[in-house]
Design a protein around this ligand. Structure first.
Ligand code: ADE
Ligand code: ZN
Length: 350
């Protein structure tokens, strides 16, 4: 099949607006915009090391994952009450709704809050209440994934899972994030086994900065259902073959990879190669307040940089629904809406 590119930038933006989408890799703390960070700091009497919103944004120039994480964890200090977690989540959901996101699976990092004396229930109930409001107002579906911070001990992760037990009904799964290098997945074998025994879905960041060996471990030792990022898997042909054969989803975040210098630029980003290798890759925003773009911004950037076709975009969006943890009835409903939207767009712009 010949590669058909978009006829215009306007046609690409119209497609992004038309297609219902799922977002599966977004850290809710990474959606905290500097304006809200300042408002919450004021409300809670928390001192920030910045004088203005402009100064915050100027600090967002990263050399690698760790240089980002240091600033990201500092930003979480303004989150104290249930209302704070609600406000942050609601702001993200409104923004996602504007991008025609109909389903979202939100990561949260409870250890970055409980270490400051914020209760697990405050975190989960605040986020959950915003999700409920989005369901009531727009019919948006969502789910929460509790992430363990891999730079901390496995015992700390086990205590965190235990603290979340009263809120088990609000969680769909557990994940693994934070500093990847030097903290391989197998450090968390026991806590992932405990989570699996509770019927929680399993995901892990792997192959973002870490080597392909960490992706193998996430699959074989932790038994994850999805890999977050996984872009370095492309260095290992046997791993690519395995990911393709088993349709293991990879939640890819292009603007994040560029901001954290995982890839030197978007023109060399592997997401198109991943699609060509038949991998179940999809697009996500990771920490949109820090990396310069929400979901449609990520799509628009890779459409331009990699000359993606409308069919490539459809495949990426379809993969998002395939990889999501929704039930099959809802999945079929979303896929039907997706096909209808694509057909309509094709009539107008194809
Ligand atoms: N926490 C928030 N964003 C992250 C990322 N991109 N990688 C690892 N941990 C994270
Ligand atoms: Zn992430």
């Amino acid at each position: 099949m010949t590669h058909v590119v978009f006829k215009s930038e306007q046609a690409a933006l119209a497609l992004l607006a038309a297609l219902p989408k799922a977002e599966l890799h977004v850290h809710i703390e990474g959606t905290l915009e500097p304006e809200l960070m300042f408002a919450l700091a004021m409300r809670n009497g928390v001192a920030l090391p910045y004088k203005s919103v402009g100064e915050v944004r100027a600090a967002y120039a990263f050399d690698n994952l760790q240089s980002f994480l240091d600033i990201y964890y500092a930003g979480t200090q303004v989150l104290i009450t249930q209302q704070d977690f609600f406000d942050m989540t609601w702001a993200y959901l409104e923004r996602a709704h504007a991008d025609h996101v109909v389903h979202t699976e939100l990561f949260f990092d409870p250890q970055s809050h409980t270490v400051r004396g914020v209760d697990m229930g405050t975190v989960i109930l605040g986020i959950h209440r915003a999700c409920q409001q989005a369901a009531a107002q727009w019919g948006m579906s969502s789910a929460l994934i509790l992430c363990f911070l891999r730079h901390l001990s496995e015992d700390d992760a086990i205590a965190t899972l235990l603290a979340a037990a009263p809120y088990r009904a609000h969680l769909v799964g557990v994940g693994l994030d934070s500093s990847e290098q030097g903290h391989p997945p197998d450090k968390f074998a026991r806590v992932f086994a405990k989570a699996a025994a509770q019927g929680l879905k399993l995901v892990a960041h792997a192959g973002e900065e870490g080597p392909p060996a960490y992706v193998w471990q996430a699959l074989d030792v932790l038994g994850v259902h999805r890999i977050d990022h996984g872009v370095r898997s492309m260095e290992d042909a046997a791993l690519v073959a395995r990911l393709a054969a088993e349709r293991i989803p990879l939640t890819v975040c292009p603007l994040s990879n560029m901001a954290l210098q995982v890839t030197p630029n978007l023109a060399t980003h592997p997401i198109k190669t991943m699609l060509d290798a038949n991998l179940c890759a999809m697009v996500n925003s990771d920490d949109p307040a820090y990396f310069g773009g929400y979901l449609n911004d990520n799509f628009a950037a890779i459409i331009t940089a990699l000359s993606l076709s409308p069919q490539d975009v459809l495949t990426l969006v379809r993969n998002g629904f395939e990889a999501s943890f929704i039930d099959d009835r809802l999945r079929v409903q979303y896929e039907l809406q997706l096909d209808n939207a694509m057909a309509q767009w094709t009539v107008q712009h194809g």
